[in-house]
Ligand binder design. Structure first.
Ligand code: DQA
Length: 158
């Protein structure tokens, strides 16, 4: 079974407590469970992690690059300023979906810039926790397309 990493940046471990008007009442454990269940529906093994530490996040991305593991990533505040994370993600060897619970484009000006978006396969934002389930569906479909590519056809860009 293909493994997909769902990586979450700073403050997302505090879901349910943190600004519930923006991020909802569900906890990080609820999110992790939802992602694992969604993965099972699509035949994916989903591993969900969260860190407040940029260096740890970058190490996880390097490992994903080396193992060609698809990533669903909510970079949280790193989205808006971490060139180091962007440089790590630019090395990707498999699909990378950027997700956000809220819609950053409809919030403060500093959230309108994502330094990550330009190296991602695509971005899903503004659907609450459903952003993650949509992203996992996208990964599943991209992997199916890649498997179905006829021999000799140039591989789909990751
Ligand atoms: C977020 C949006 C970011 O602007 C913010 O810093 C977060 C969460 C979201 O999921 O909506 O921490 O990535």
């Amino acid at each position: 079974m293909k493994t997909v990493l769902v990586l979450n940046g700073p403050n997302l471990g505090r879901l349910g407590i943190r600004q519930p008007d923006v991020y909802g009442h569900e906890t990080f454990d609820d999110l992790a469970k939802l992602c694992r269940e969604t993965g099972r529906r699509f035949g994916l093994h989903v591993e969900v992690r969260q860190t407040d530490d940029e260096a740890e996040m970058i190490r996880w991305v390097h490992d994903a690059v080396d193992q060609r593991t698809p990533v669903v990533l909510n970079p949280a505040a790193f989205t808006h300023y971490s060139y180091a994370l962007r440089d790590a993600l630019a090395q990707r060897t498999a699909p990378l979906i950027e997700v956000h619970i809220s819609n950053p484009a409809a919030r403060e000006e500093f959230r309108h810039t994502s330094v990550v978006a330009g190296v991602a396969t695509g971005t899903i934002a503004g659907f609450g926790l459903m952003s993650y389930t949509l992203a996992l569906q996208a990964v599943a479909e991209l992997l199916t397309e890649a498997d179905a590519a006829p021999p000799g056809r140039p591989p789909m860009p990751p």
